[in-house]
Write a protein that binds this ligand. Sequence first.
Ligand SMILES: Cc1ncc(COP(=O)(O)O)c(C=O)c1O
Length: 365
Amino acid sequence: MPSNDTISFARGAPSLDIVDVDGLSASATAAFERDPAGLTGYGTSIGYPPLRAWIAERHGVDPAQVIVTNGSMQADAFLFETFVSPGDAVVVEKPTYDRTLLSLRDIRGAEVHPVSLETDGIDTEELRRALEGGLRPKLAHVIPNFQNPAGYTLSRAKRQALLALAKEHGFLVFEDDPYVALRFAGETLPTMLSLDEHDTVVYASSFSKTVCPGIRVGYLVGPAELIGRIAKLATSTYISPSMVSQGLVYEFCRSGRIDTSIETVKSALAERVQTLGTALRRELPEARFEEPQGGYFMWVTLPEGTSVDRVFEEAADRGVQIVKGTDFLLAGGENTLRLAYSGVTADQIDEGVRRLAEAVRAARG
Ligand SMILES: Cc1ncc(COP(=O)(O)O)c(C=O)c1O
């Protein structure tokens, strides 16, 4: 049974100390003062217009190419509903974000084709071979920066290779990019959206990781015609997303508080990842992992034959929560796990890894 000092490496969410609660509260007051009618009315299905314009400017696109939604999960759901029919082939990374995997397979009835993920992103050669072998995907879902669950980042060369494959074989690249702003090491890479010249990319991002997840504000950028169709679907689904949340986020962005918030989050994550790497090398030298350059997650591979099901249970008995690697895969990964370092302090990481190492030893018993 988890004890009351449970340490969770399971949730991809920030700890409260890195959420700018005072800034959010000040932004709420300022937003209501600035635009009471805009915040309290139904608004429109495309989102709070000033925030939509702010996002469009950041991406260098026309506002007609942007729809702001209740979290990017809602954006994903709208895109899949508009674009993916039962039986359609879709490419995903192996491993990938479990919610997207389930939504594509179980809700949309898509035929999911996982393609191996390497430390520099999806294996574009494996994808090329599958395409040449007759695979005809409707879209490829890719998390380019600090991937969930692996923490890996798609290289510049592979971004270009993927765009070329999408153009040649006529599929959409769905660039799911909620962690892009959270780079704490290495060189920033261009989005595929910015590299695309043929309307082959639909891009999603979110304020969950830069403001806070409870605000539920995310967005989609894509060809204006597709965004227009999604806006109609949004109208019939919920009339409009929350104008209060979006008005608050707009004020948080406009005032520059978001930049301070991102710096706070990045420096905490950088410290945590370092602590986690050091603790793993000390306590679990047999574990293999790649230290991420940003984002929330680290993927850990345990020696062949270690059962993550048993590790999960032994860890829970010691008050440590992890996510099994198998949750992010249709098959395989029995000796892998995902550690989220976003919601734990450096002290908790040291203690958590110590307990996890005990759990791994007990599981291999
Ligand atoms: C890859 C990926 N896409 C989408 C989401 C959902 O984000 P939101 O909170 O904006 O719905 C997450 C959240 O963890 C994620 O990791």
